[in-house]
Structures are given as structure tokens and as C-alpha cells.
Design a protein around this ligand. Structure first.
Ligand code: TPP
Ligand code: MG
Length: 360
């Protein structure tokens, strides 16, 4: 019996294309991206790092509400989203605002989401996504359903979702991957393993050596990928998407990554559960540093390019926060009205009451 487990676990080795020095270690799997696409990937990662820094500052100034920092996870988040198409359906978790933005949610709406404003949850026409899920793992079940819907309609698209290492302990996680496997639904299930669920380390979370191997029980493909290597994440996602739209079923993709900041801005202190040594070890793997080295070597990126992106990002963020500030304040009647198509009678009463109050 022991050998069965060992032989399964030994097959989940981390897939990588760029090592920490930005050198290609796996030429055969190098994705077919043009120079412009490579630069665009870098632009998005730099932009997202700036967005993270600004969001943290805005939160501290009391100008944003809920915020889950993203620095460190850019390759995992943006490398995967870059392989998606407009018709794909995204079901993000609370840390996945960057993917949502690149999938088409305007930045000012992401800020409104953070403030708990209902307009932050309203996807523009043609943006196939739902707003970030706060309940751990719940989006896995929804994703299986969306993917089955896509399949039944005969569309060439996938449903894509993200959870964390902690999320893989939830019942919803297993239900979602099992259901999608049974129906060969075109779903991509990401697990961003940043090694901590708030303060709980992954080794206390599960006895499984890898999270990708959880795919085996569901009879679906699973892969573990270097989540600090944007090219590896992109290549795996692209291939998983191809398989899924060709009817070959879902895939579980574990990205090994790290969040540099706190879990959220609500007040956890990472120094109480992580060591400086561990932080330093991961900062050496930084996805931006690695990809920058790779691009500089090819003469595709310079300090000037980087500064230009930083300035553009700051400028767009400033405009978006202004737009969010100027958006009409949420009224209680908006809030109630957005919940149901037809109001139940007890809410109808409250609606009347607040209409009256708001009219004064
Ligand atoms: C069902 C459920 N239980 C508990 C929580 C509280 N909670 C919020 S985030 C979190 C940890 C999640 O860790 P992980 O899945 O590793 O994701 P990460 O935040 O590291 O990206 C917990 C327990 C929740 N939101 N939902
Ligand atoms: Mg985690």
C-alpha cells in the first residue's frame, strides 16, 4: 500500500520553464509567444505590483475596504489569465482581482467591490465572470456547474477558478473536481499554493505531499507548476485549455507561489507565523525579477520600459479611484433592490421604509 502512494506522489514534479536566474531550463515546452506578447505579460505583472502597493496604501488611508494583497503571486495569477479567451468564464477568489481586471472588469468597479458597493459586482456586458468569492472553496462547485453549462451549449470555452492551499481541505473542493471529472466538463481548477491559509502552514493542512495529486481521486489530470514562473504557468494553462475544449475533461493545476504581504488588510501579522528566512527564500524566486532578467537578455525590456509602466499604472489607478469616489453612493434601497428580482414581502416592507427615509 505504501508503494502505491509513493508511486503516485513521485509523479507530481514541479513543471518549470524559467529558473530563478531567468534562464530557460525546459526549451521543449517554451510557449509560442511573440515579443509583443512577452512584453505585455511583463507589463501586466509590473502594473499589478503597483496596483497592490497602491491598494495597500489606499486601504490604510481608509479609502478602500476589503483587500487581499497579491504581491508575489503575479506569475500565478496573470500567467494563467493570459492563456484565457474572452468567452471563457472566470470564477475568482478574493485574492484574484488582477485576473478579473484583465478579464475585463474596470478598475473603478474593483475598487467599488472592495468598498462593498453593489456596482462592484455588476459585470459589464460581455465580461464572463462573477465577483470574487469569499467563502473558501464555494466557487469550485459553481465552476463545475458553469463548465457543464458551457459543454451542454456546445461552446468552445472553459470555466476557470482559483482557490488556495487551504481551500483544498474544503468539501466543496472535492465535490467540484469530482463532478467536473464525471461529466468531463471543461473546467480549469487552480490551486494557488502560497503555503499558508492565513497562519496555518500547508503541512498542517493535509498529509498529501502535493495538492495536485488530489486530482487522482477524481480521475482527472493534475499538474504542479512553478507559480513564480510566468511562462510555465502560461504554458500549462494554454495546454489545459486546449484539452478541455477538445472534450478531454478538467484539469487541476497547483501553482507553487508565495504572498509577500499579510493575508488581508484586516490585521493579521505574518511575522507571527512566518520567518524572515522563509520570506527571503521566496523573494529570491520573485516572478518579476526572473522574467525581467529573461526579457533583458533578449533586449525586450529596459529600466525605461519599467518606469513607463509604473507611471501609467499610478495614473490609471488615480483616475479609477476618483471614478469610484464620484460614483453615486450606495443607498439601502439599491442594496435591497439588487438582491432579488421580486422582493419577498418582508423586504418589500423595508424597501418602502427606506424609500421614505431616503426621500427626506
Ligand atoms: C468556508 C470558509 N471558512 C473559513 C473562512 C475564513 N478564511 C478566509 S481566508 C482563509 C484561509 C484561506 O487560505 P488559502 O485557501 O490557502 O488561500 P490564500 O488566502 O492563502 O490565498 C480562511 C480560513 C472562509 N472565508 N470561508
Ligand atoms: Mg494559501
Amino acid at each position: 500500500m505504501k508503494h502505491v502512494l509513493e508511486s503516485v506522489e513521485s509523479q507530481f514534479e514541479m513543471f518549470q520553464i524559467l529558473n530563478e536566474d531567468g534562464k530557460i531550463v525546459n526549451k521543449d515546452d517554451m510557449p509560442d509567444l511573440s515579443d509583443d506578447e512577452l512584453k505585455e505579460l511583463m507589463r501586466r505583472m509590473v502594473y499589478t505590483r503597483v496596483l497592490d502597493q497602491r491598494s495597500i496604501a489606499l486601504n490604510r488611508q481608509g479609502r478602500l475596504g476589503f483587500y487581499a494583497p497579491t504581491a508575489g503571486q503575479e506569475a500565478s495569477q496573470l500567467g494563467s489569465q493570459f492563456a484565457l479567451e474572452e468567452e471563457d468564464f472566470l470564477l475568482p477568489g478574493y485574492r484574484d482581482v488582477p485576473q478579473l481586471i484583465w478579464q475585463g472588469l474596470p478598475l473603478y468597479q474593483a475598487f467599488l467591490f472592495s468598498r462593498g458597493h453593489f456596482h462592484g459586482n455588476q459585470m459589464p456586458e460581455g465580461v464572463h465572470a462573477v465577483s470574487p468569492q469569499i467563502i473558501i472553496g464555494a466557487q469550485y462547485v459553481q465552476t463545475a456547474g458553469v463548465a457543464l453549462g458551457i459543454k451542454k451549449r456546445g461552446k468552445k470555452a472553459v470555466a476557470v477558478t482559483y482557490t488556495g492551499d487551504g481551500g483544498t481541505s474544503q468539501g466543496d473542493f472535492y465535490e467540484g473536481i469530482n463532478f467536473a471529472g464525471a461529466y468531463k466538463a471543461p473546467a480549469l481548477f487552480f490551486v494557488q499554493n502560497n503555503y499558508f491559509a492565513i497562519s496555518v502552514p500547508v503541512e498542517k493542512q493535509t498529509n498529501a505531499k502535493t495538492l495536485a495529486q488530489k486530482a487522482v481521486a477524481a480521475g482527472i489530470e493534475g499538474v504542479q507548476v512553478d507559480g513564480m514562473d510566468v511562462l510555465a504557468v502560461y504554458a500549462v494553462t494554454k495546454a489545459a485549455r486546449e484539452r478541455a475544449i477538445n472534450g478531454e475533461g478538467p484539469m487541476l493545476i497547483e501553482t507553487l507561489t508565495y504572498r509577500y504581504g499579510p493575508h488581508t488588510m484586516a490585521g493579521d501579522d505574518p511575522t507571527r507565523y512566518r520567518t524572515d528566512d522563509l520570506d527571503n527564500e521566496w523573494e529570491k524566486k520573485d516572478p518579476l525579477v526572473r522574467f525581467r532578467k529573461f526579457l533583458e537578455e533578449k533586449d525586450l525590456w529596459s529600466e525605461e520600459d519599467e518606469n513607463k509602466v509604473i507611471e501609467e499604472a499610478k495614473d490609471e489607478i488615480k483616475k479609477a479611484i476618483k471614478q469610484a469616489d464620484e460614483y453615486p453612493k450606495q443607498k439601502v434601497t439599491d442594496f435591497i433592490g439588487n438582491m432579488f428580482e421580486e422582493l419577498p414581502s418582508h423586504l418589500q416592507e423595508q424597501m418602502e421604509e427606506y424609500k421614505e427615509k431616503e426621500s427626506k
